[in-house]
Design a protein around this ligand. Structure first.
Ligand SMILES: [Zn+2]
Length: 656
């Protein structure tokens, strides 16, 4: 990829497009010893006239340079190496060799200050007792960002923009907030198993860097950042560590109870009660909620533990927990969610409510014994999510009208289809909320109940106790419900009970795993439901996907040419105005924040019902449904692109 094609935040520092720095060469301390890195000399000589593009390792490819790649033998997620120029916020210097000049010279060289202005500051500095670059900063002649870039160049170090760089909380928690304040430095990532990336505004403070080495037991590579950024980050770390503080008091009782069990766990190098472990777990949870994550995965991997967040449906690595803290972190999670910490061989499930930033958040914790050790997954259940209306979800216009008309009938079946994680339950919850009135008896059977809804009887599937969807649904029907929601129809038996219930005076709401709305009819037939039963029971089928919403802070206007749309199978013949993602600190550089539903709503008209009875093929149903006004997922998606809610690429991704 050409540097100029990169979004702004991924571009190298101004004027450093001709960077000859190899992509994977972190700098080494102490800076005094750096004249020219060894690797520099060993690399083949390249045509100096031709700018050398940074060549990050292709996905799956072993990084070639001096960073030992964390071993991920076999399965497991790919590691995310830190690559200046590719890793958001991290930029390599133009040369790894330390320049011999003054910082003011570099400021002039980079075009941040004029020669005259620099001279003036140098003169003032003689009597001011402060370095000239600090005077330039105070006088507003340069920005803190520019100064930090110049310092990075001066010492041949990477520059890190902490507003874009995704800080690894496990690294940051290795030193205390008070030490970080004292040093003006903080570890922000792991370069490899033995090395930290330490961000500081002052790379010449070797004492502080030595202290960090001593305190953490890790070597450190240094990246330069601005004073403002490092202070803001230390403040944020402090906030995150205390964000979940109310949970600590709740936990103390449980912790005391578990103390005996704790003593039995012999291989625990760091205790689950140690302040750094507690702070680490809370800062990870705090960060995940702040980023709007739906799940946090703690995945054991070769002794270490990888922490990944699922944000808007996409996983990203958030932290790497060092080996010696892994057991303690898992124990901490178990204690927090009231699980048996001595039991490591079988999966356990727990629930806990915590307060994060004044918000009550329910966490569903699952521990998983894997071959690489015990891991855990935390699902973050945000109640606000279950209380969103159809409008909030993004269903509008005729689709919404058809869907509402169907589920407001006295009886019948309404199906919502889509793959796992496409927001089907949220749509059904929205329907239930709008149906939730005192004169209606609403019962649900779910696997598991995700959100507790007031005034609705919700039952959890419990297979161990012999309660599955089919048996649960049978008992529900004896309890005289008006409206029944079945989490999912997966088998013929459940399908039959549901369809028959829909024909005997109940409104049945459920979900099916099919790609599109007409596909649901064929699926029911495959499950053994006679076509005439399907035709009489089913009133409406909704197919849906979730597309990531463009970040409102950084999305940029763009014109989409007809060709781009035609490629997407949409032939409008005109260009349309839309937005494209960019990336900013508020969306952790992804360009997206939150999600919006994309819907295709098929109303089962008389004509479609008749065709179903006659055993019409899926394609025929689709074409008639479209004639009768059904928008396809892609068409609804393009409407949302036009409305500026999401991007064309995102619609193509989720409707592929
Ligand atoms: Zn943004």
């Amino acid at each position: 990829m050409e540097a100029r094609d990169l979004p702004g935040h991924l571009r190298p520092v101004p004027d450093s497009g001709d960077s000859t720095a190899p992509a994977l060469e972190p700098t080494d301390l102490p800076v005094e010893e750096i004249t020219a890195p060894l690797e520099e000399a060993e690399r083949p000589v390249e045509d100096p006239a031709r700018p050398v593009e940074e060549t990050p390792a292709a996905p799956g490819e072993e990084p070639a340079a001096s960073v030992p790649a964390p071993e991920t033998a076999g399965e497991g997620p790919e590691p995310t190496p830190l690559v200046p120029g590719t890793t958001p916020g991290l930029t390599a210097p133009r040369s790894r060799a330390r320049s011999t000049g003054f910082v003011t010279d570099v400021l002039v060289e980079l075009g941040f200050a004029s020669e005259e202005r620099a001279q003036q500051a140098i003169e003032e500095a003689r009597t001011a007792g402060r370095p000239p670059e600090h005077l330039l900063l105070e006088q507003g002649a340069i920005s803190a960002e520019q100064l930090s870039k110049a310092v990075a160049e001066r010492y041949g170090l990477d520059h890190v923009d902490l507003q874009l760089f995704q800080v690894d909380m496990a690294a940051a928690n290795l030193i205390s907030v008070s030490s970080a304040r004292r040093y003006g430095a903080l570890p922000v990532a792991f370069v490899d198993k033995a090395t930290l990336l330490v961000a500081t505004a002052d790379p010449t403070n070797l004492l502080a860097l030595d202290d960090i080495k001593m305190a953490t037991g890790f070597d450190s590579n240094v990246a330069v950042t601005s004073t403002e950024d490092i202070e803001a980050l230390i403040g944020r770390l402090n906030t995150l560590q205390s964000a979940v503080s109310e949970a600590i008091t709740e936990d103390e009782e449980a912790a005391a109870e578990e103390e005996a069990a704790l003593a039995e766990v012999s291989d625990m190098e760091v205790s689950a009660e140690d302040a750094p472990v507690v702070k680490l777990v809370y800062s990870i949870l705090g960060q995940s909620v702040a980023e709007g994550a739906s799940d946090v995965h703690f995945e054991p991997d070769e002794g270490e533990m990888r922490v990944r967040f699922r944000v808007d449906g996409v996983l990203r690595e958030a932290a790497k927990v060092p080996k010696r803290m892994v057991t303690a972190v898992v124990s901490r999670i178990k204690i927090m969610s009231d699980l048996n910490i001595a039991e490591k061989r079988v999966p356990q499930d727990g629930r806990v409510s915590v307060t994060i930033d004044d918000r009550r958040v329910d966490l569903r914790v699952t521990t998983l014994p894997t071959q690489r050790g015990e891991g855990a997954t935390i699902r973050i259940l945000d109640k606000e999510n279950a209380q969103r209306s159809l409008d909030d979800l993004g269903m509008d216009g005729s689709g919404k009208r058809r869907f509402e008309e169907a589920f407001r009938k006295a009886y019948g079946a309404v199906l919502v289809t889509g793959p796992t994680g496409s927001g089907k339950s949220t749509t059904l919850y929205a329907a239930l909320q709008s149906l939730n009135e005192v004169d209606k008896n609403i019962i649900t059977i779910e696997d598991p109940v995700e959100y507790r809804l007031e005034g609705i009887n919700q039952i959890n599937v419990n297979r161990k106790a012999g309660l599955d969807f089919a048996t649960g649904l049978r008992s529900i029907l004896r309890a005289d419900p008006d409206i029944v929601m079945v989490g999912e129809v997966r088998d013929g038996e459940t399908a039959r009970i549901a369809i028959e219930a829909a024909l005997t005076g109940h409104m049945m709401l459920t979900t099916l795993h099919t790609n599109d709305a007409p596909g649901a009819i064929a699926r029911l037939t495959k499950m053994g439901i006679e076509a005439f039963l399907t035709a009489s029971a089913v009133d409406c089928v909704v197919a849906q996907r979730l597309a990531r919403k463009l970040c409102t802070h950084c999305k940029q206007r763009a014109i989409l040419p007809p060709e781009a749309l035609a490629e997407a199978g949409i032939r409008v013949g005109v260009e349309i105005e839309a937005y494209v993602p960019t990336g900013c600190p508020r969306c952790t550089s992804t360009g997206y924040r939150g999600r919006v539903g994309i819907y295709s709503v098929m109303q089962m008209t008389e004509r479609l019902k008749e065709m179903t009875v006659q055993g019409a093929h899926e394609a025929e149903l689709t074409s008639v449904a479209r004639e009768e006004g059904m928008a396809t997922l892609r068409e609804d998606g393009v409407e949302k692109v036009r409305a500026g809610l999401t991007s064309l690429e995102e619609v193509l991704r989720v409707t592929a």
